[in-house]
Write a protein that binds this ligand. Structure first.
Ligand SMILES: C[S@@+](CC[C@H](N)C(=O)[O-])C[C@H]1O[C@@H](n2cnc3c(N)ncnc32)[C@H](O)[C@@H]1O
Length: 249
């Protein structure tokens, strides 16, 4: 346990975000593979919600978003399909914050069916799905784990179900931030992020921002660097952080 606040933090004000140093405040640490830098949910939370609001992360992994909610005085509800992630979340949230106490709920559940959340109840969604099967969070034993899907169209179909649930539970005029990266299949670039964006538009959202997030400290980068010369391609070093708005009426 270190400090309760990032040492250097400023609210981002452009469409390019880059956090080469992800920081180590409270229980944040990079050991959960593919977890997002805490500066990402912190920016979303501070810009698009206010203290006392309810924030949802329905694929909460190690709990980065929920930790930031606890530190900034937002109520939060987190889900993850993997019971091991839920245990880790609980451990990571075991600290005392110095802001007014908030309610943080964590459930082992499926982002495609948030059965215990009513329509129009959430003030902000900040979430981060698997990038198809680039990092597998289980080995096929957990039914519904989206990181076990290999086919792009099948993945997008399930993301459409996630987007519909986001649309159902979010209050009108409120925002949904989602971070997603692209991939390659054989020789070709697959714009997975834009495909995911389209599913959110199909669900009824409007696109407010398309933020390029620079990628740092990716574990597989050294492996792919060895392949660049052999296959003559460029390393993918960015992700898209889409911010969607649920229209009012
Ligand atoms: C990229 S990780 C999220 C990491 C998180 N942002 C963090 O900082 O720790 C994606 C998460 O989605 C979860 N997941 C996969 N399929 C899911 C589903 N159908 N419903 C809920 N969670 C799911 C995985 O178990 C994994 O923890």
């Amino acid at each position: 346990m270190t400090t309760l606040e990032p040492e250097r933090f400023r609210l981002e004000d452009t469409t390019v975000w880059s956090f080469p140093d992800r920081g180590v405040w409270v229980s944040h640490n990079p050991s959960y593979r593919g977890n997002w830098a805490p500066q990402v949910p912190r920016n979303l939370i501070l810009r698009y919600s206010k203290p006392g609001d309810l924030v949802l992360d329905q694929m909460c992994g190690s709990g980065t978003t929920l930790i930031e909610c606890k530190l900034t005085g937002r109520n939060a509800i987190g889900y993850d399909i993997n019971p091991r992630s839920i245990e880790l979340c609980k451990k990571n949230l075991n600290f005392t914050s110095d802001v007014k106490e908030t309610s943080i709920q964590i459930h082992n559940g499926d982002a495609r069916d948030l059965y215990n959340l009513s329509n129009n109840t959430v003030d902000l969604i900040a979430t981060h799905p698997p990038y198809i099967d680039i990092i597998k969070y289980s080995n096929g034993e957990i039914y519904g784990d989206l990181s076990n899907i290999n086919n792009i169209d099948n993945f997008c179909k399930e993301i459409n179900a996630v987007a519909s649930e986001c649309f159902r539970v979010l209050k009108p005029s409120k925002y949904c931030g989602i971070l997603i990266g692209d991939t390659r299949r054989r020789k070709y670039y697959i714009p997975l992020a834009y495909k995911v964006m389209q599913e959110f538009l199909n669900a009824g959202f409007k696109l407010k921002e398309d933020i390029i997030k620079c990628q740092w400290n990716c574990k597989s980068t050294p492996y792919w660097r060895t392949k660049i010369t052999q296959y003559n391609f460029l390393l993918i070093m960015h992700e898209h952080l889409f911010v969607f708005e649920k229209p009012d009426g």
